[in-house]
Design a protein around this ligand. Structure first.
Ligand code: NAP
Length: 246
């Protein structure tokens, strides 16, 4: 059978890394994107390659449109196509709104939001030709309900939800599904600055009484990428243990 190809941004660490492993194990060709964490990216690439999986690796800063265009070209050159795009790369920062600088605001929008415009526009060219494709955008519960001390992060994640819904309507007739995953609190490097005490409180406020894992999110992405979700588009799925129920 013709293998499907997935491009995962920010796959050197955390949720993206776990997603790259799961998709490789599930028979996809996987393009692992990274930017700064070369050692971690090479580590996951080598370990998947050693197991005989079909993987490749590409360094690109997703906030740079030229680098993104070259990455998508590389993906097509290497695997012949792009069936699934997972827009996962992201940064976060806790800061009082009144202290956020112009540079910090724009960096957040460039990495978390504008990057998705670049990757998606470049990938859609191929998907529309194929009359098939899946785009999965990683937002956050804070994009759904707002998080204090991270207004710039929440704004970028809320915009991803708006983009997902609008684009799903536009490209639905081309048989392309666009969906959003809005994770709850997931234990990754992104939470390194969060104290154990706060993590404990977050756990206590979660009906399922635990924090999320990268595997929880990877499995949700695998479902949205597969044929069993072909009638789902424009939706926000939030694996969050019941922490946010809307
Ligand atoms: P993480 O462990 O900090 O990993 C972030 C990933 O994004 C890294 O692989 C990093 O790659 C990549 N990245 C950052 N800037 C990039 C850039 N300019 N170009 C390319 N890649 C870039 O974070 P995570 O928790 O896995 O987060 C993944 C996604 O889930 C993010 O969009 C985040 O907002 C979202 N999310 C996370 C949580 C949570 O609780 N962890 C909750 C909700 C949503 P390099 O290190 O190679 O630069």
């Amino acid at each position: 059978m013709n293998k499907k190809t997935v491009l995962i941004t920010g796959a050197s660490r955390g949720i993206g890394r776990a997603t790259a492993s799961l998709f490789a194990e599930s028979g996809y060709n996987v393009l692992i994107n990274y930017n700064k964490s070369e050692k971690e990216a090479l580590d996951i690439f080598e370990s998947l390659k050693d197991k005989g999986y079909s993987v490749d690796i590409y360094k690109a800063d997703v906030s740079n449109v030229n680098e993104v265009n070259l990455m998508v070209k590389h993906c097509i050159g290497k695997f012949g196509k792009i069936d699934v795009l997972i827009n996962n790369a992201g940064i976060s920062k806790d800061k009082l709104f009144t202290d956020i600088t112009f540079e910090e605001w724009h960096e957040m929008m460039n990495v978390n939001l504008n990057s998705i415009f670049y990757t998606t526009q470049a990938s859609l060219k191929y998907m529309i030709q194929e009359h098939s494709g899946k785009i999965i955008n990683i937002s956050s519960i804070w994009g759904m309900v707002g998080g204090s001390y991270e207004v710039h992060y929440s704004t970028s994640k809320a915009a991803i939800i708006g983009m997902t819904k609008a684009l799903a309507k536009e490209v639905g007739p081309s048989n392309i599904q666009v969906n959003c995953i809005a994770p709850g609190v997931i234990k990754t490097d992104m939470l390194n600055d969060v104290s154990d005490e706060i993590l404990e409180t977050l756990r206590d406020e979660t009906p399922l009484m635990r924090l999320g894992t990268t595997s929880d999110i990877a499995h949700c992405a695998l479902f949205l990428a597969g044929d069993n979700s072909n009638f789902i588009t424009g939706q926000v799925i939030s694996p969050n243990g019941g922490f946010v129920i809307v």
